[in-house]
Write a protein that binds this ligand. Structure first.
Ligand code: SAH
Length: 411
């Protein structure tokens, strides 16, 4: 029978008896746990000596004596001699100090666990029948994987002072294009503040019924919940001690107003962090087989918000045939965008692609050119959400030409 305790070793006196390779490993662990280890050993191996020097640890260069136990909360034997280790363990028993005995097969009164910190949860695994560290590590890793990607119920059941905001990138749509960290943060959240874009609908279905979901989704040209109000919502919930996830389509810092929400949290003294997401600026063209850069074709790409029209820097870059222009939120302003590009001298035959609802079952790609873009958009009924790609990479021959060359070589 083993009782696992979440013992806080920070600043506590931990005695290590022995100075071999095991001692060095354990020192690393105790130091990482914040303990104040000291060591008793006639000699130290190089790794241990280095740690003793680097961390200015106390080292008694001699054999163990019973009085070494005075003041210790915990003892670890690592002399490499089972007989000596056992003597130390017996002395610990007499003096009522918990002892981890490193000798093969022997357990002292305490044992180290295979441990992992994932977010604010600690997972620790040990064995009840004889030490089997590799098995413990394997079990720990398997649990850590489940915890890490949100497949275990991580949400706090007790409100605490742990209120915080995470601005989480949800990617372009499918939940499996989210990061593992995003999934974990969502599993931990008390409040989820969602948008219309991204994986919100799929995610919300899998939530516990007591997770509060607030939809602040914006429609193009219509802002049901103003940004100030969104800022206020996330700050207030976090200030009340809740874990808030602000889930956004794509990446929070790419036309996602994540910077403003972060600033609102910081100025209210709320802990805030950002989890990046796959941005539609790259992933939506990719879904249509369009690489935003391609060696020999496109050496740079501009990502622009179409609502405000093309700025002079973007127009200038568009005259460079090796630059790809990726336009988000550009459907409504398409006519004006095309007109300004043509007026600036961008050739009419520059390839253009519209990719609607990328990475979803409704995905549709339309290939055209700058000169025909407006009329083709009207013909297909182009609608949001869509990414508009302008540049040679939007040509449908770009990737198709490669297999053709291979085919010709084989023939
Ligand atoms: N932060 C987001 C962008 C938000 S702006 C990101 O990094 O992806 C919203 C614009 O993103 C839409 O108007 C559209 O241009 C684009 N968009 C987002 N998801 C899309 C999708 N699945 N398919 C096509 N365009 C998408």
């Amino acid at each position: 029978m083993t009782v696992m305790l979440g013992v806080d070793l920070a600043g506590r006196d931990v005695l290590l008896v022995g100075g071999g390779p095991v001692a060095a490993k354990r020192l690393h662990r105790f130091l990482a746990d914040g303990a104040s280890p000291r060591i008793v050993a006639p000699v130290l191996d190089d790794d241990t000596a280095l740690l003793v020097e680097r961390h200015a640890l106390s080292w008694e260069p001699r054999v163990f004596r019973a009085s070494d136990l005075d003041g210790a909360w915990l003892v670890h034997t690592a002399t490499g001699d089972p007989h000596v280790d056992r003597l130390v363990a017996e002395q610990c028993e007499l003096q009522r100090v918990l002892c981890i005995n490193a000798s093969d097969g022997a357990h002292g009164t305490a044992r180290l666990t295979a441990q992992a910190e994932i977010g604010d949860v600690t997972v620790a695994v040990t064995s009840t029948v004889g030490a089997d560290p590799r098995r413990s590590v394997a079990v720990r890793d398997a649990i850590a994987d489940l915890v890490g990607d949100g497949r275990l119920p991580l949400r706090r059941r007790r409100a605490g002072r742990s209120g915080r905001v995470d601005l989480v990138g949800g990617g372009p749509g499918p939940a499996d294009l989210m990061t593992v960290r995003a999934r974990r943060l969502i599993a931990e959240a008390d409040v989820l503040v969602i948008d219309r874009l991204g994986p919100a609908a799929e995610i919300v279905q899998g939530l516990d019924s007591d997770v509060e979901v607030i939809d602040v989704g914006k429609q193009p040209g219509r802002h049901p919940v103003p940004q100030d109000e969104i800022n206020r919502i996330i700050v207030e919930h976090a200030a009340a001690g809740r874990r808030v996830v602000r889930l956004k389509g794509g990446d929070p810092f790419v036309f996602g107003r994540g910077g403003e929400e972060m600033r609102a949290c910081l100025s209210a003294g709320i802990p805030v962090d950002v989890t990046p997401g796959i941005s539609s600026a790259i992933a939506v063209p990719q879904a249509a087989g369009i690489p935003v850069t391609h060696r020999g074709t496109a050496a740079a790409f501009h990502v622009v918000n179409g609502q405000g029209g093309f700025g002079p820097g973007t127009l200038e870059a568009m005259t460079d045939v090796t630059v790809t222009t990726v336009v988000l939120m550009g459907v409504a302003a398409l006519g004006r965008l095309v007109e300004s590009a043509l007026a600036h001298g961008v050739p009419r035959d520059r390839p253009v692609a519209f990719v609607e609802s990328g990475h979803t079952p409704q995905q549709r790609t339309t290939r055209t050119t700058l000169g025909r873009a407006v009329e083709d958009a009207r013909a297909v009924g182009l609608h949001n959400p869509a990414v508009i790609v302008i540049g040679e990479v939007a040509s449908d021959r770009l990737l198709l030409s490669a297999p053709a060359v291979i085919g010709a070589a084989l023939a």
